[in-house]
Design a protein around this ligand. Structure first.
Ligand SMILES: [Zn+2]
Length: 277
């Protein structure tokens, strides 16, 4: 079908003098609005180092239910999360890739030294001191073995200059009805709380729980002692049928990985926005 001639005539005939300016403005506005989509979708975590810690491992199995142990599920989940991060241009550091407890990575003497330094810092900063840390620093208590493996995870994150550390766990409760994701954050860190809220925002859509907001401060060793913003994500309950099935399915793990990565991405985007003010 030929183009109707009146279309050309009408544009020529009624084009006002300011049409050119409006056109340029429209392009500028379009570019401003469209800008986020101009960043390639696969580069949104570009430049960020994210340490992912599959909780437990080796002699430390974590909780178990119906023949599945926490250490196996956390490794599978963490590997899926790491792949998702890499696909978005981020650098994912896994604190373990095999079934190991990492207890041989740090000696008791080294752990005592780290604890002494932290104890002194706690005193200087006027921080609340954990009685276990005080005991180890003052020599009245010996570090428990599992603590060496936890220290190794923190050291791995530090060695790679990770921007954040995400420790992956699963929950367990005697009542099968308990379900849903819970994210724990560092009492002393606002960044940690923001990161927890960002991750939980997406995870709770997949694994809804009963309690809101689903994030809470905690004093677990890895949260208390990690110098980078750290969260501990209890992805779901192994003791709940729905949560367990979801975490053990390939599709479920992909969705969980996407949710965690979306949360991390939101956190960094907000951090960048705050830094501009
Ligand atoms: Zn755990």
């Amino acid at each position: 079908m030929p183009t109707p001639p009146f279309a050309v005539i009408s544009i020529r005939a009624f084009k006002p003098a300011w049409a050119g300016t409006v056109g340029i403005l429209a392009i500028v506005i379009f570019l401003l609005i469209a800008q986020p989509t101009l960043i390639p979708a696969d580069a949104q975590l570009d430049g960020y180092v994210i340490a992912i810690d599959p909780g437990h491992g080796g002699r430390d199995s974590g909780s178990s239910h119906a023949g599945f142990s926490e250490k196996e599920i956390t490794l599978l989940l963490s590997q899926a999360i790491a792949e998702e991060i890499q696909s978005r241009g981020g650098i994912a550091i896994l604190t373990r890739t095999t079934d190991t407890d990492l207890w041989d990575q740090v000696t008791y003497q080294e752990e005592i030294e780290y604890t002494k330094q932290e104890y002194e810092l706690d005193q200087q900063l006027g921080r609340k001191i954990d009685p276990r840390d005080r005991g180890i620093a003052l020599g009245t208590r010996f570090p428990p073995t599992y603590r060496l493996g936890l220290r190794a995870r923190i050291l791995t994150a530090q060695k790679h200059n990770a921007h954040v550390l995400i420790s992956i766990h699963t929950n367990h409760y005697r009542a099968e009805s308990a379900k849903g994701a819970v994210t724990l954050y560092q009492t002393h860190s606002l960044e940690s709380r923001q990161l927890a809220a960002a991750i939980q925002h997406y995870l709770k859509e997949l694994l809804p729980g009963r309690a809101e907001p689903g994030i809470s401060p905690d004093n677990f060793f890895i949260l208390r002692r990690s110098p980078v913003p750290t969260v501990l994500v209890e992805i779901g309950f192994v003791s709940n049928k729905h949560d367990r099935k979801f975490m053990l399915s390939e599709a479920g793990r992909q969705a969980i990985a996407k949710a965690v990565a979306d949360g991390i991405q939101d956190y960094f985007r907000h951090l960048a926005a705050w830094a501009r003010y």
